[in-house]
Design a protein around this ligand. Structure first.
Ligand code: ATP
Length: 285
C-alpha cells in the first residue's frame, strides 16, 4: 500500500508541473502575424542571429549570419552542445531569434504566422515519432494534404534505405498485433517520412545515430541527389556525411568558427581538421 501510495504521489507531483506549464501556454497571447507564400528561390538567410533559452545566461547561438542558396546543401558540424540543433530550429522558424532576423523563402520568421513557414519545410529530428500505425501511414502522415501515392511512398523509403522487406500495410506495433522495428529501421522510416513530404527546405538533424557511419553516408548521398531543387541542411557528427554537402559550417560554443568545403577546411588547422583526424578510420573498410 505504501509503495502504491508513494508511486502515485510522486507522479502527481510531476504531472501538476506539466499541467501548470500547459495552462500557462494556453494563456499566452497569440502573436499577431500575417500569412504569406514562401519562395524558396530566395533561399534562407540568417542575419546576426542570437538565441538564449529561457532561464539560461549564455547564448546557445551567438551572432550567426548564414545564407543557404536555393539548391544548396549545408552541413552543420560541431561538438555536443555547440548549438547545431538550436541553429536549425531558428532557421526553420520553430524558434525565433532573440536578436537578428531569419528570412525563409522571403518571409521574416519574426513576423509571419508559423503555419505559413512550416508549409514548405520538412524536418527529421533526433527525437522522432514512432507511430503505432502501418508502415504506409508512418510515411504519409508527414503530408496529409496529398493523396496517398504508393509509388511515392516506396520511392521515399528506398531513398531512406528503408526497404524493410515488409508490406506497406504491415502494422508497426506489437500491441496491435503487428511487428516492431529496430532503432535503425525506425530511423530510416522517419527519414522516409521527411523525404515524402513536399518541401522546398529540408532538414535532417542527426536522425541517424543508430545507423552505422558508412550506411549513413549512403543515405546522405541519396539525400544530396534529392535535395537538388531545394535548400537543405544536415546536422551530423560524422564528417564522412558532412563531406558530401556543398558547404560545411563548423560551430563551437554557439558561434560559427569556420565555413568551407571539406577540402578547404582540411587545408587549415582547426576544429574540423581535428575532428577528421579522429574519425577518418570510420570510413576505411
Ligand atoms: P548535440 O550535438 O548534443 O545535439 P547541439 O550542437 O545540437 O548538440 P544544442 O542542442 O543546440 O547543441 O545546444 C546548445 C546549448 O543550448 C547547450 O548548451 C544546451 O545545453 C542548451 N540547450 C539546448 N536545448 C535547451 C533547452 N531546451 N533548454 C535550455 N537549454 C538548452
Amino acid at each position: 500500500m505504501q509503495e502504491i501510495f508513494n508511486f502515485h504521489i510522486s507522479s502527481l507531483n510531476r504531472d501538476v508541473g506539466k499541467v501548470a506549464n500547459f495552462v500557462r501556454m494556453l494563456d499566452m497571447p497569440e502573436r499577431i502575424s500575417t500569412d504569406g507564400t514562401l519562395d524558396f528561390t530566395k533561399g534562407i538567410i540568417a542575419e546576426n542571429i542570437s538565441f538564449t533559452y529561457p532561464g539560461r545566461d549564455n547564448f546557445a547561438v551567438k551572432n550567426v549570419s548564414l545564407t543557404i542558396a536555393y539548391g544548396e546543401t549545408i552541413a552543420i558540424v560541431g561538438e555536443n552542445g555547440a548549438g547545431k540543433s538550436t541553429l536549425v530550429r531558428l532557421l526553420t522558424g520553430i524558434y525565433r531569434p532573440s536578436e537578428g532576423k531569419v528570412t525563409v523563402g522571403g518571409l521574416d520568421t519574426n513576423k509571419i504566422a508559423p503555419k505559413s513557414v512550416y508549409q514548405g519545410i520538412s524536418g527529421v529530428f533526433q527525437k522522432y515519432q514512432r507511430y503505432k500505425m502501418t508502415l504506409e501511414e508512418n510515411v504519409t502522415i508527414s503530408d496529409t494534404d496529398m493523396e496517398i501515392d504508393r509509388a511515392r511512398v516506396e520511392s521515399a523509403l528506398k531513398q531512406a534505405d528503408a526497404e524493410l522487406d515488409i508490406e506497406l500495410d504491415a502494422m508497426l506495433s506489437p500491441e496491435f498485433d503487428g511487428i516492431d522495428l529496430s532503432g535503425g529501421q525506425w530511423q530510416r522510416v522517419a527519414i522516409g517520412r521527411g523525404l515524402y513530404r513536399t518541401s522546398g527546405f529540408i532538414v535532417l538533424d542527426e536522425p541517424t545515430s543508430a545507423i552505422d557511419p558508412i550506411e549513413e553516408t549512403q543515405i546522405y548521398e541519396q539525400f544530396q541527389r534529392l535535395a537538388k531543387g531545394k535548400c537543405a541542411v544536415v546536422v551530423t557528427h560524422r564528417l564522412g556525411s558532412a563531406k558530401l554537402a556543398h558547404r560545411i559550417v563548423v560551430m563551437d560554443n554557439g558561434e560559427i568558427v569556420d565555413v568551407g568545403t571539406h577540402d578547404e577546411l582540411l587545408t587549415r588547422p582547426g576544429k574540423y581538421a581535428d575532428m577528421w583526424a579522429a574519425q577518418s578510420q570510420w570510413y576505411e573498410r
